[in-house]
Design a protein around this ligand. Structure first.
Ligand SMILES: NC(=O)c1ccc[n+]([C@@H]2O[C@H](COP(=O)([O-])OP(=O)(O)OC[C@H]3O[C@@H](n4cnc5c(N)ncnc54)[C@H](O)[C@@H]3O)[C@@H](O)[C@H]2O)c1
Length: 252
């Protein structure tokens, strides 16, 4: 087990890809804090992990609220005593509809930025004191391949995910002296669950399959190994990087 007794917070851990991160981290021995605005889903994931013999508990959090993200960190510290890993995964993704940029309202734009960018900032502010005190930490930010390819009709989302890469680089520079690594992952289009209905079409999936070196669909499990690697001691000298996991569609 590569993460024995490490404490990992996964935001947006209740459904989709975040759910898969929770199970993957728990299988490597981590104690997982399943943090989600959908509390019932988070509780289900934590319960299933415990049933399988792992350690997890659920926390309700809205990552756009400084009070709530502070409470999330306090709950993790209260229960497990330390915080070693933060997976900044929560985002508005399947909840938003693709549309021409001229039809995106100012309110929608602000909401996407609040969850997909400010949310990361607040979560890092909440966990940083504990990681600094421990002398080590791992922060993993989930960006998106859309920021590399410039997917159209998703301007607010793509802009926010490009922002995640800048956030990762600048924060890595600031937190190196605390021995905290900060890295990002750009997943390709991933079949993450029924909540994607309306966002994902069969044509899009076929198009992505064609563009990959590995010509198949991408599933949450395809991303779990990279999260475990970035959370583990194996990646201790890697920081400020963006790892692209898309079956060889984009190559940089
Ligand atoms: N599915 C894909 O094709 C794909 C591709 C690239 C990147 N990503 C990124 O991967 C991550 C997970 O993707 P997914 O497909 O599982 O997304 P999803 O939309 O299905 O799930 C998002 C999760 O974030 C949670 N969430 C939303 N707002 C929140 C808030 N204010 N506070 C706390 N939690 C909140 C939701 O409850 C949900 O659990 C996201 O960051 C997404 O942008 C997804």
């Amino acid at each position: 087990m590569r993460l024995k007794d490490k404490v990992a917070i996964v935001t947006g851990g209740g459904v989709g890809i975040g759910r898969a991160y929770c199970f993957g981290l728990a299988k490597e021995g981590a104690k997982v804090v399943v943090a989600d605005i959908q509390e019932a889903e988070a509780k289900k994931v934590a319960g299933e992990i415990r049933q399988e013999g792992g350690e997890a508990f659920a926390v309700a959090v809205d990552v756009t609220s400084a009070n709530k993200t502070q409470s999330m960190a306090e709950a993790a510290l209260g229960k497990y005593g330390h915080i070693d890993i933060l997976v900044n995964n929560a985002a508005l993704y399947s909840a938003i509809k693709k549309k021409p940029f001229s039809e995106i309202s100012e309110e929608e734009w602000d909401k996407v930025m609040a969850v997909n960018l400010k949310g990361l900032f607040l979560c890092v502010q909440a966990v940083h004191p504990a990681m600094k005190q421990q002398g080590k930490g791992k922060i993993i930010n989930i960006s998106s391949g859309t920021a590399l390819g410039g997917t159209p009709f998703f301007l607010h989302y793509v802009t926010s995910k490009a922002g995640v890469i800048g956030f990762t680089r600048a924060l890595a520079r600031e937190l190196g002296s605390d021995n905290i690594s900060v890295n990002a992952i750009t997943p390709g289009l991933t079949i993450s669950g029924p909540q994607q209905e309306g966002v994902l079409t069969p044509e899009q999936l076929a198009d992505r399959r064609r563009r990959r070196s590995f010509q198949r669909d991408q599933h949450p499990q395809d991303l779990v190994g990279t999260v475990i690697f970035l959370a583990s001691d194996d990646s201790d000298f890697i920081t400020g990087q963006t790892i692209n996991v898309d079956g060889g569609a984009n190559m940089y």
